[in-house]
Write a protein that binds this ligand. Structure first.
Ligand code: SAH
Length: 416
């Protein structure tokens, strides 16, 4: 399954993210938080400035975004922090993006000066901030002088490949694999269970299950594991632990594993995972407990805070105050849009549908997987609670908005 997901999303010729540049927004397949309101990127900017202050205001630091999409979050962050010259002069921006068409969109969204070509790996904002593009975190390390960095990954980990494991006969672990289907199948591919243990059963499964309590390990019959997400968390912990800085990861998921959360998303609705590969996004929910495990394994003195809800993060960063300020200067129509965006980002109508050990996915998702239809534009409902944030930083730093309550408490603000 992991190979299938990786091919469908990032194959250099036909991958979903590589081939299609209009996957986000009202006319795309799904709408992400930065596309909903400018306040999202602005709040992340406040978080970055606060962390930079805690880091002792280094005069040269990197601001690294993983999977920047259209570049909207970074553009709002840059604009929102532009009057804090000490911060913006200190930062150079590194964007980790594999898709050439999205790199181009990011260049345009950030208003880079000059002309873009497929070979472009560097640019500059009109205010003079340097931007560089990279394919991986390792490439970021190679391209810049080592030093502290702030990392932001919004809806990045859910796009990384997952392995799915299931107990077969005799309760032995097998892997769910994607196989060619006969000509009668509408999808040409089908899901099969490996006849015995695959290399991933031996090498990937224990990476995750070793961190689970014994009773759960014994009772579970299926689990999804994203070794790449765990490697990203471990890599971030090593970097901020050794060189200073902090990482903010925001995605939808929970503080525990899923059995099977992978879905296809097209045209604001849910589609089958094998439905026209390359034309729909594939997305798996994030198991934040697996990230915590990976951070612990990094052994670099970094810790993971959270998960907290997106609502708690944004309100803890002062989004309500920002809304009031924007409303003072807004036309009635603009005001309505601002309030609608605010409510969407911090609202939580569809709350905690899942708990540890539970079958992954909402009722709607299960219905979609079973071939039912899903109302358009409904999958982002309840973003304030279903989206969660974690911070990976050196022990001793106190990430803003993370200190006030524990991960399981939901704030009292969802009825705004
Ligand atoms: N953060 C953005 C976009 C999320 S979609 C937003 O919230 O709007 C996922 C992004 O990650 C896309 O930009 C996609 O091209 C990129 N991406 C996916 N897999 C990647 C990989 N393996 N390496 C680098 N970028 C990747």
């Amino acid at each position: 399954m992991a190979e299938y997901m990786s091919e469908v999303l990032t194959n250099p010729a036909a991958g979903y993210y590589v081939r299609r540049d209009h996957v986000f927004g009202a006319r795309g397949d799904f709408t992400t938080s930065p596309e909903i309101s400018q306040m999202f990127g602005e709040m992340i900017g406040i978080w970055c400035m606060a962390m930079w202050a805690q880091m002792g205001r280094p005069s040269a630091a990197r601001l690294v975004e993983l999977g920047p999409g259209r570049g909207t979050l970074m553009a709002d962050l840059v604009r929102g922090t532009s009057s804090f010259h000490e911060f913006s002069n200190a930062m150079s921006i590194c964007l980790v993006e594999i898709s050439p068409s999205l790199r181009r969109t990011q260049w345009e969204t950030l208003g880079c000066v000059g002309t873009w070509s497929e070979q472009t790996t560097e640019g500059q904002t009109p205010s003079g901030m340097r931007i560089s593009w990279h394919r991986s975190l390792e490439e970021v390390d190679a391209g810049a002088c080592a030093g502290p960095a702030l990392y932001v990954a919004h809806e990045f980990l859910d796009a990384l490949p997952v392995h799915q494991f299931e107990r077969g006969r005799d309760r032995a672990w097998c892997e769910r694999l994607v196989d060619e289907a006969g000509p009668e199948s509408p999808h040409h591919v089908r899901l099969v269970l490996s006849p015995g243990a695959t290399p991933a059963v031996r090498a990937v499964l224990p990476l995750r299950t070793d961190g689970l309590p014994q009773h759960l390990r014994a009772s579970m019959t299926a689990i999804e594991v994203s070794p790449q997400s765990m490697a990203v968390a471990e890599g971030l912990a090593q970097r901020v632990g050794m060189l200073g800085g902090a990482a903010l990861i925001i995605d939808y998921g929970r503080d525990g594993p899923y059995r099977d959360s992978l879905v296809g998303i097209r045209d604001h609705g849910l589609v089958g995972v094998f439905d026209m590969p390359g034309t729909a996004d594939l997305s798996a929910r994030v198991d934040f407990d697996a990230l915590r495990l990976a951070v612990g394994r990094a052994g670099a003195g970094a810790v993971m805070h959270g998960p907290i809800s997106q609502a708690q993060l944004l309100l803890g960063l002062g989004m309500e105050v920002r809304l009031q300020r924007l409303l003072e200067e807004a036309t009635p129509e603009e005001g309505e849009a601002l309030i609608a965006g605010y409510e969407r980002l911090v609202g939580g109508a569809e709350s905690r549908e899942d708990s540890m050990g539970d079958e992954g996915g909402t009722r709607r998702e299960k219905k979609a997987r079973n071939g039912g239809s899903v109302a358009k534009d409904r999958i982002c409902e309840g973003m304030g609670l279903s989206y969660k944030a974690v911070c990976i930083c050196p022990e001793g730093l106190e990430p803003v908005a993370f200190s006030m309550s524990s991960a399981t408490e939901q704030p009292d603000i969802v009825d705004v």
